[in-house]
Design a binder for this molecule. Structure first.
Ligand SMILES: NC(=O)c1ccc[n+]([C@@H]2O[C@H](COP(=O)([O-])OP(=O)(O)OC[C@H]3O[C@@H](n4cnc5c(N)ncnc54)[C@H](OP(=O)(O)O)[C@@H]3O)[C@@H](O)[C@H]2O)c1
Length: 261
């Protein structure tokens, strides 16, 4: 927050014409504290197909997905995403680890999981096989017996009462030096980030598919926000920074701000 984003001409480029270095450069963050969110959606707004994101996604957007992971200090995901998508330990390929080493970064980012209830398996690989100790982000008043099984396998950030206070959680990540934050959702965590005005950037792949009604969109209301209709005045403007195209997929990089700034 607080960075002035220089508004340049929107660049449209074909992803397969870019080298890996150019893809890394295309996602250079504008400042040391940055929170970006990465999603894939069908052209008609579905965030899932057959209950997961995989059928919407392909090698094309996965290339960007992997660069974003390699660029972050911490990867944040909600417990719904971790459970449904079967997240394992956060590992990177040797070339991505080498890219990080060359920049003085630890070989892999830290994984952080947001949960109100800690309804996760502390014996799962995301905890037990993690190359760096993961972080569990929970409300401060979560019952001790729910938290206790995780203490051997994760650090804990306690933020909020009854709900996770994401602003406090992001501040706590930054205090640990985890300043480049990548959030991979899911929709309820992203909805809360938007409500708290915490997202600096949205990297959105529009997949060339019509899914039809049924699935969630990429931002959904969590907790008290359920059922409320957003107002036009509260909608936050974004600036489109670039469009990468591959196989009919559009990879859109949006940042907070308005084009007349
Ligand atoms: N298209 C894409 O790019 C994409 C990306 C990610 C996920 N997905 C899909 O999205 C679905 C999962 O969606 P989801 O919305 O349930 O997952 P989610 O946003 O990852 O997780 C929601 C959970 O996060 C926890 N939470 C704690 N504090 C919260 C807060 N302040 N705001 C919001 N959530 C908070 C709650 O956990 P507890 O239940 O533990 O209390 C809540 O149930 C899956 O089908 C997945 O495949 C799609």
């Amino acid at each position: 927050m607080g960075y002035l984003v220089a508004v340049a001409e929107v660049r449209f480029r074909r992803l397969d014409e870019l080298t890996d270095d150019e893809v890394y450069a295309a996602y250079e963050p504008p400042g040391p504290d940055w929170l970006r969110v990465n999603f894939v959606s069908s052209a008609d707004g579905a965030a899932t197909l057959e209950g997961v994101s995989g059928p919407l996604s392909g090698e094309e957007d996965k290339r960007v997905f992997k660069v974003l992971r390699a660029r972050c200090d911490v990867l944040v995901a909600g417990s719904g995403t971790v459970r449904t998508e079967g997240y394992g330990p956060l590992v990177l390929s040797p070339d991505r680890m080498a890219w990080r080493r060359a920049r003085g970064l630890p070989e892999v980012p830290v994984m952080a999981i947001v949960s109100r209830t800690a309804a996760l398996d502390p014996g799962s690989g995301i905890f037990t096989e993690a190359p760096r100790r993961p972080i569990l982000i929970v409300p401060a008043d979560l019952a001790k017996e729910r938290l206790e099984p995780f203490l051997a396998v994760a650090d804990v950030i306690a933020a909020g009462e009854g709900e996770v206070d994401l602003a406090a959680a992001v501040a706590a990540l930054r205090e640990r030096g985890l300043r480049q934050v990548l959030c991979e959702g899911g929709p309820h965590v992203f909805g809360s980030l938007v409500e708290a005005d915490l997202a600096d950037e949205l990297d959105l792949t529009l997949a060339p598919k019509l899914v039809g009604p049924g699935p969630m969109r990429i931002a959904e209301a969590h907790g008290a926000g359920r059922g409320a209709q957003p107002t036009a005045a509260a909608a936050r403007p974004l600036v489109l920074r670039h469009v990468l195209e591959a196989g009919g997929n559009l990879m859109l990089r949006y940042m907070r701000g308005s084009s007349d700034e």
